[in-house]
Design a protein around this ligand. Structure first.
Ligand SMILES: [Zn+2]
Length: 455
């Protein structure tokens, strides 16, 4: 079996791995695991996406998608435009979320194209074509590429319906991690164990870091909510639409059982509202054994004080609300979206709080505020930052060094003979590589773009 790396090789985005293997008759078949977009630090879509894939799309039998994030799905429309005619396999929630993610990415790409001439990778119509190719599969359902060449999805606990993928052919079993979820994510089942693997292709986003304990995230969130209840300001939470927002809504829902307040919580992000609908729709993919909510509350994401402001007039009407209130809005790194309007109004207010709950990439507005800028530019306006700025690190959707290391040890058959690290910055990968060699005593390698390995 051969694996070639055509993305997320010595970098975080652009996941795209080609697997070539022989069936029982000796004929070669080629599949892709993910077909993601390269994303820049500040801009959504880098020009690298316009370059050739490095393989011929017409020769690919099928694509297996681990989860909906654009860095795993964003080049699927390009693949089809360049001649791919096979099936795209993914879980049902992943199919629903992929449309939302790629529509949003299209919207941002169009804006960036007007502003700074960035490329627009696909049009909205291309997404209809993409979804015609898509076929929903469940966890543990075996997909046969050819006799003796099979693929299976397993729960990765990263976002709703996310998967890691096992490929079996030529008597070997190779596992592709996709993105592996954090520990103790309250709404999703825990990441499944690998049953057995000869080789693992593993993400390494936070392979160099140890996250703060999950309990701290709820404590800090509660402290921020209580502070504005008493001081009368606005709590702004810039949030990523998928997973982070739903975890937040869940945590607030739980908190409001004993935190008595009539304060309104606005969810002011059309994408997050649509994504939350998908979470509600695919309840069987969520974890339901919570000791407090349990079976009694089958909608983790709704509570009486929640207002979802889908339309622009509804969003504008938030300004007429008397503080205190909470507003959750995109984008997560404050590089666009409705959060910007709230920042202009409330950054200068010493009673308000900006609560940062996700990674802020270099060059983004979020990073500048996080690092303590006293004034920032929002929509060509100079805005002074006088509100409180706090950050919670533990709302990460990715496992840390310890989680990934534990996950890499299968239930049977011993440690994989080889581990390939993808989806990480070179510095993170180098630290993780050294750590894994020491801990697991196996061969570890971080391949570069276009590299092919025989396994
Ligand atoms: Zn992801």
């Amino acid at each position: 079996m051969k694996i070639s790396f055509f993305g997320a090789a010595r970098e975080v985005t652009g996941s795209c791995h080609l697997v070539e293997a022989k069936d029982e008759q000796g004929a070669t078949h080629r599949i892709l695991v993910d077909c993601g977009m390269f994303q820049g630090e500040e801009r959504l879509c880098g020009s690298k996406n316009m370059k050739p894939f490095g393989f011929d799309p017409t020769t690919i039998d099928s694509v297996f998608v681990t989860h909906p994030h654009a860095d795993h799905t964003g080049r699927l429309p390009k693949l089809i435009k360049e001649g791919f005619r096979g099936r795209i396999y993914l879980t049902e929630p992943c199919r629903a979320l992929t449309r939302i993610v790629l529509e949003d990415a299209h919207h941002i790409m169009t804006e960036n194209a007007q502003r700074c001439g960035d490329p627009v990778l696909y049009q909205k119509e291309d997404l209809d074509v993409l979804l015609e190719h898509a076929e929903g599969v469940g966890y543990h359902q075996q997909v046969t590429v050819a006799p003796g060449f099979t693929v299976m999805f397993h729960d990765a606990g990263h976002v709703l319906g996310s998967a890691f993928i096992s490929v079996e052919a030529e008597g070997k079993r190779v596992v592709f991690s996709g993105d592996i979820g954090n520990d103790d994510v309250p709404i999703l089942p825990a990441t499944e164990r690998i049953s057995r693997a000869d080789v693992v292709v593993c993400e390494s986003t936070y392979g160099h870091r140890v996250h703060e304990p999950p309990k701290e995230r709820v404590g800090k969130l509660r402290a921020a909510i209580e502070a504005i209840m008493h001081e009368g300001g606005v709590l702004m939470i810039p949030s990523f639409s998928i997973e982070r927002t739903q975890e937040l809504l869940y945590a607030i829902n739980l908190m409001l059982r004993d935190l008595k307040t009539s304060m309104t919580f606005f969810l002011d992000s059309p994408m997050a509202i649509r994504a939350t609908e998908v979470y509600r729709q695919f309840k069987n993919y969520l974890l339901f054994d919570h000791p407090i909510l349990g079976e009694a509350d089958r909608d983790f994401f709704s509570f009486p004080n929640l207002r979802e402001t889908l339309t622009v007039p509804e969003s504008k009407a938030i300004n007429e609300t008397k503080p205190p209130f909470v507003v959750i809005a995109g984008s997560g790194m404050m590089s666009g979206g409705r959060i910007l309007h709230h920042l202009i109004r409330h950054l200068p207010d010493p009673n308000s709080t900006l609560l940062i709950i996700g990674y802020q990439a270099a060059g983004t507005l979020g990073r500048r505020i996080y690092e303590g800028a006293k004034t920032v530019r929002v929509f060509k306006e100079e805005v002074s930052v006088r509100c409180k700025v706090t950050a919670i690190g533990a709302f990460s959707a990715h496992g840390d060094m310890h989680k990934l290391t534990r996950w890499l040890v299968p239930e049977e058959g011993g440690v994989p003979k080889k581990i390939f690290l993808v989806h990480g910055d070179p510095e993170a990968q180098d630290v993780f590589e050294t750590h894994l060699r020491h801990e697991l005593k196996t061969e570890v390698h971080a391949p570069s773009f276009g590299e092919t390995v025989e396994v």
